[in-house]
Design a protein around this ligand. Sequence first.
Ligand code: GAF
Length: 388
Amino acid sequence: MNTTILEKIKSTYSEEFGGAPEIIVRSPGRINLIGEHTDYNLGFVLPAAVDKSIYMALGKSGSKKSRLVSVDQDEDFSFDISQPTFKVEQKWYNYVLGAACELLSIGKELDGFNVVFSGDVPQGAGMSSSAALECGTALGLNELFGLGLEKEQIIKASQKAEHNYVGVMCGIMDQFASVMGKEDQVILLDCRSLEYNYFPLELKEYSLLLCNSHVSHNLASSEYNVRRTQCEEGVALLKSHYPQVESLRDVTMEMLQTHKDEFDAVVYLRCKYVVEENERVERFCDALKRHDFDEVSSILASAQDAMKNEYEITCPEIDFMADFANSKEEVKGARMMGGGFGGCTINLVKNEYIPTFKEELASQYKAKFDIDLDFYDVNISDGTHIIK
Ligand code: GAF
C-alpha cells in the first residue's frame, strides 16, 4: 500500500470537492509471465496483479455533473453524466469516462461523481496502468452507486472501455488480472472460457525483476490493432479448410504448415507465433511446477526471440536488454512483457546476482542508448478492491 499516494488523493479530494471521499479504491497493474498476444486469440496467459497500483478517491457530486482530477497529470476534466461526450483518444480521462459509459450501456444508472486519482504503476511500461484505471473506475462506481455488478461484468466493461473509448482492441488479460489478482499467486487463465486457476509462484533461489526500458513507441496501439487484424485474417483462411476453427486457439502447427503456401508470409509468421506462444504457456507452467528453471529459461528466451522475429513487436532497446539477460548463466530467462514496442523486460534472476545484474545492465544500456534504466521488484498482490 502506498500511503503517500493515499494521503495525497484524500487531501486533494477535500481541497477540490470539500469533505472526505466516500470511497477509496486500489487497482493494481500486472505482470505477465508468459502468453503475450494470446488473449485476443482466445488462448492462455499467465499474469498476476502487482503492488504497483492506481488509487482513486470517489464521491457522488449530487448533480449530473462529474469532474475527474488526475494528480499525476495535474489536469482535470468535466462532463455531464446524462450527456457524456468524448473523442476516441488515448487521454487519461477516456479510461475513466469510458468505464462509466460502458456501465451506462449495460443499463446501469449513474449519477454525477467526482474522482481524484494518482498511482505508482509506471506508464508505458507494459504493466497495464490503463486497465488498472478502467477497473478501478468500474469497481468504484459499482460500490458508489450500489450497482450490484459481478466481477466478470466489471472486467468486461473495463475491456470495452479500452476498445470503444481508447481505440485499442485489447484482449481480456489485463482487466482480468487487475480485478482477479491474489497475493502471491499467478493466474493461469483460459481467455476463451474465462476459467482460471491460481497457483503459487515458487522460484527457489530466483526472483522476478522488471527492467523498464523507458521506451514507449507511439505506434504501439496502432500496431497492436494491426496484429489483431492479421490474426483474424489467418483464422479466416484456416476456417475455409477447417470450419471448426473459431480463433488461433483452435489451430495447430500442422494445420498451419499444411496451408503455408496460401498465406501471406507476414500473416503466416504472426499465426505461427500465436500457436507456439500458446504451447509455451503450457510448457512453462509444467516447468515451473517441476522447478525446472533451465526449461523456464529456454522457454522465456524462445518467447523473446519469437516476439522479435515473428510477431515483430520488440525494439532495439528491449532486444539489447533481453539479449544481455539471456546471455547470463545466473538469469533463468528474460523477455519483453506486455503489448510491445518498449516497456519492460521480465527477468528471472538468481537472488545473489541481482545487484551485479542491475549495475552491469544499467551501465551498458546507458552507454548504448543514453537512457537510465529503472528496476522493479515484483510483489504479487490482491486485485482491485475498496480500501474504504
Ligand atoms: C496489452 C493488451 F491490453 C492485452 O490484452 C494483451 O494482449 C497484451 O498487450 C499482450 O499480451 O497489454
